[in-house]
Design a protein around this ligand. Structure first.
Ligand code: F6R
Length: 613
C-alpha cells in the first residue's frame, strides 16, 4: 500500500529507483513519481496510472548524467484521486524540499488549516503535502533538515514512512518510520531506502529495519539512525538473503499462476520442518508450545481478507480437535467489540504480509489486554512480529500477486499442524486419531498436485461462466470458509460479484436471487457430514433454474441431471478438504480473470500489504 524508495550513491539513480519501484508495484499502482537530484538541483517527474507511464515519461528526458540521489513512490490512493497533482513526490512551496510518503497522516486537516493560515499553498488533495509544508515551516527556523524533520514528525499523528530531500543539503536523504515499514540497504555503490526488501534485491547486500519513531540520515557512505528524541541508535546490518529468482515469474504468464503452482512444495517444506512421520510429534522450531498454551482457556484469531478465511477454518479445527472456544474477528472490527480478552486468551494474529495495519492494531490491543500473542506471517521481519510473544513462519516465499493464494494454504497447513499438536498435547484426541490426521496431512502435497492437474477443467469452467455478472458460492461446516475464500478470489480478480452463503441460509432470503442467470457453486466433498444437506440445497437451487456447479470429490455419488458441471477432487477426509478445494477455486478465479482480460496480478483498486486502517 504505497511503496517508497530512496537511493544516494554513484550508481544509475533513475534506473535503480525505477527498478526498486517495479519490485514494489504490488503495493499500489494508481500513480508513480520520482524526484532526482543532480548538480542543477531537484527535478520531479510524476505520472498517473501504472509505473510504465512514468517510465515512458522519463524515456523522453535525459536524467542519467550527474544525478547522485533520488526518491520515488508508487501510490495506492487514500486522500485524493489518482491524478498527477496528487502523485508523490510532493514539493515544499519554495520547491527546495521534496518528500514521498507511505501511510496516512490522521491530523492533516488541522495542520493544513494552520499552514494555510500562515500563507502556505496546497497543490494537492493529499494528506502528504501537509508533511512537506510542515517541514518547510520548521526549516525556516532551524535551517537544518534533520532538526526540521524531527520537529515536524513530532506533530504528526498516524502512520508514516517518509523519504525526504532538501536541495540545500545535497549530501543526504532523511528516512522516517512510524507505523509504516521502512528498510535501509547498503550496497557497493551507495545506500538505499525502501518499503520492502524486493526493492533492494540485486542492489543492496545488507539491510537494517527501522523501528517506529526512528529516522535515518542516509548519505552515500554512512547511515545514522536516531530516535525522534534525537538519541543515536546503533543497529547491526543483516544480510539480504532474498534471491532475484524469488521475484521473477519463472516462465509463468502471471505471478498468481506461479504462486498457485508452488503450493505442493510449500506444503512439503512446512511438513518436513514440523512433522517427520505420522507417528512423530509435531514441533515448531523455536516455539515453546507448553509455555504458550499453558493457562489458555480460549483462542481469539484476528486477521483480514484471505487470512481471515484461514482463521475461519482454524476455528472449526481448534473447536473440533482441541475443544477450545475460538472467536474469530475481522481485525478492522476488533476495536469495536466488547473486549473479553484476558490473560487466559491466546490471540493468534494471521497476516501474510505482517504489515496489515488493522491486524497490527488489533493484535497490539489484544496484547495490551493481557493476551499472549502468537503470530503467523510470511515475512519474518515484518512489523506485526514486534507485538508477538511467538511467531510461526509460513515459509511460502514472497507472494507478489495481489490475490493471496499460496500464503492461504500455507496458513492452513500451519494451523492444521498447530491444532493437531495442541489436541495431542492436551489429550483431546486419541493417539490413533492423531496418527490418522497426521498421515492425512502428509498426503496433502501429492493430493494438491492432483488438484492442480485439473487446470484444464478450471479453464473450461471459466470459459463457460465468464460472462456471469453474479455468482453464489455455498457450503456448510468447515467449508463455509472455503466458499468465502473462493468467492473472494473470484470477485477480486475477475470483478464478478461473487457472494458466499451458508447453504442452509439460501432459503431464508438469498434464494430470491436465483434464476438462470445466477450460477451457484456448491462445495460438497463426499466424506462431509453435511454432504446430503448441501445436496438438498442444490436441489432447491436447481428448482429455481440456477446453473449449478458441484465442487466435490471422486467417489461422491450425485443425483443425475441436477448439476450443469461437476468438478471432482481427490477423495480425502472432510477435515482437510479446505486445503484441496482452495487451489481449484484459485485456478477457477485465475482462468476467469484471464478469460476476461483482467490484470490478474494487479487487480483494480487493490494493493497488497494494506498499511492503512
Ligand atoms: C485477498 C488478499 C487480501 C489479504 C488481506 C490481508 O486475496 O490478499 O484479502 O488477505 O489484505 O493481508 P495480510 O494477510 O497480509 O494481512
Amino acid at each position: 500500500m504505497c511503496g517508497i524508495v530512496g537511493y544516494i550513491g554513484t550508481g544509475a539513480v533513475q534506473n535503480i529507483l525505477l527498478n526498486g519501484l517495479k519490485n514494489l508495484e504490488y503495493r499500489g499502482y494508481d500513480s508513480a513519481g520520482l524526484a532526482l537530484n543532480d548538480n542543477a538541483g531537484i527535478k520531479v517527474y510524476k505520472a498517473s496510472g501504472k509505473l510504465n507511464n512514468l517510465v515512458d515519461l522519463l524515456s523522453h528526458k535525459n536524467n542519467t548524467a550527474n544525478t547522485f540521489k533520488g526518491i520515488g513512490h508508487i501510490r495506492w490512493a487514500t486522500h485524493g484521486k489518482p491524478t498527477v497533482e496528487n502523485a508523490h513526490p510532493h514539493l515544499s512551496n519554495d520547491e527546495k524540499i521534496v518528500l514521498v510518503h507511505n501511510g496516512i497522516i490522521e491530523n492533516y486537516q488541522e495542520l493544513k488549516d494552520k499552514l494555510q493560515a500562515k500563507g502556505y499553498t496546497f497543490h494537492s488533495k493529499t494528506d502528504t503535502e501537509t508533511a512537506v509544508l510542515l517541514i518547510e515551516d520548521e526549516y525556516k527556523q532551524t535551517k537544518n533538515l534533520e532538526q526540521a524533520v524531527i520537529n515536524a514528525v513530532k506533530q504528526l499523528k498516524g502512520a508514516f514512512a517518509f523519504c525526504i530531500m532538501h536541495q540545500d543539503e545535497p549530501d543526504k536523504i532523511i528516512a522516517v518510520r512510524n507505523h509504516a515499514p521502512l528498510i535501509l540497504g547498503q550496497g557497493h555503490s551507495g545506500n538505499f531506502i525502501a518499503s520492502d526488501i524486493p526493492a533492494l534485491i540485486g542492489q543492496a547486500s545488507q539491510s537494517i529495519y527501522l523501528d517506529d519513531r526512528e529516522l535515518a540520515i542516509v548519505t552515500q557512505n554512512n547511515i545514522t539512525i536516531k530516535t525522534f528524541e534525537g538519541a543515536v541508535k546503533i543497529k547491526p546490518m543483516t544480510l539480504i538473503d532474498m534471491k532475484a529468482e524469488s521475484i521473477s515469474r519463472r516462465g509463468y504468464p502471471h505471478f498468481m499462476l506461479k504462486e498457485i503452482m508452488e503450493q505442493p512444495d510449500i506444503m512439503r517444506n512446512l511438513l518436513s520442518s514440523s512433522l517427520s512421520a505420522k507417528d512423530a510429534p509435531i514441533t515448531f522450531s523455536g516455539l515453546d508450545a507448553d509455555k504458550l498454551f499453558s493457562h489458555v482457556t480460549k483462542l481469539e484469531i484476528i486477521a483480514c481478507g484471505t487470512s481471515l478465511n484461514a482463521a475461519r477454518v482454524a476455528k472449526a479445527l481448534f473447536e473440533r480437535l482441541c475443544r477450545l472456544p475460538v472467536e474469530v474477528t475481522a481485525a478492522s472490527e476488533y476495536i469495536y467489540k466488547t473486549n473479553l480478552t484476558d490473560e487466559n486468551t491466546l490471540c493468534i494474529g494471521i497476516s501474510q504480509s505482517g504489515e496489515t495495519a488493522d491486524t497490527i492494531t488489533a493484535v497490539r490491543q489484544a496484547k495490551e489486554a493481557g493476551a499472549k500473542v502468537l503470530v503467523l506471517t510470511n515475512r519474518a521481519n515484518s512489523s506485526i512480529i514486534r507485538y508477538a510473544d511467538a511467531s510461526l513462519p509460513l515459509m511460502a516465499g514472497i507472494e507478489i500477486s495481489v490475490a493471496a493464494t499460496k500464503s492461504y494454504t500455507a496458513q492452513l497447513m500451519v494451523l492444521y499442524l498447530l491444532a493437531v499438536m495442541l489436541a495431542e498435547k492436551s489429550n483431546k484426541i486419541t493417539p490413533a486419531y492423531a496418527e490418522t490426521i497426521k498421515n492425512t496431512l502428509l498426503t496433502l502435497p501429492a493430493l494438491t498436485e492432483q488438484v492442480l492437474d485439473l487446470s484444464e477443467q478450471a479453464k473450461a469452467l471459466a470459459a463457460k461462466y465468464k460472462n456471469a455478472t453474479d455468482f453464489i458460492y455455498m457450503a456448510r461446516g468447515i467449508n463455509l470458509a472455503t466458499a468465502a475464500e473462493g468467492a473472494l478470489k473470484l470477485k477480486e480478480i475477475s470483478y464478478i460479484n461473487a457472494v458466499d452463503y451458508a447453504a442452509g441460509e439460501l432459503k431464508h432470503g438469498p434464494i430470491a436471487l436465483l434464476d438462470e442467470n445466477m450460477p451457484v457453486l456448491a462445495v460438497l466433498p463426499k466424506d462431509s457430514v453435511v454432504f446430503s444437506k448441501v445436496l438438498s440445497n442444490c436441489e432447491e437451487a436447481k428448482a429455481r433454474r440456477a446453473p449449478l456447479i458441484a465442487l466435490t470429490t471422486e467417489s461422491a455419488v450425485l443425483p443425475e441431471n441436477i448439476f450443469d458441471d461437476i468438478i471432482r477432487l481427490p477423495d480425502a477426509p472432510e477435515l482437510v478438504t479446505p486445503m484441496l478445494c482452495a487451489p481449484f477455486l484459485q485456478l477457477f478465479a485465475y482462468e476467469t480473470a484471464c478469460a476476461l482480460g483482467r490484470e490478474v496480478d494487479q487487480p483494480r483498486n487493490l494493493a497488497k500489504s494494506v498499511t492503512v486502517e
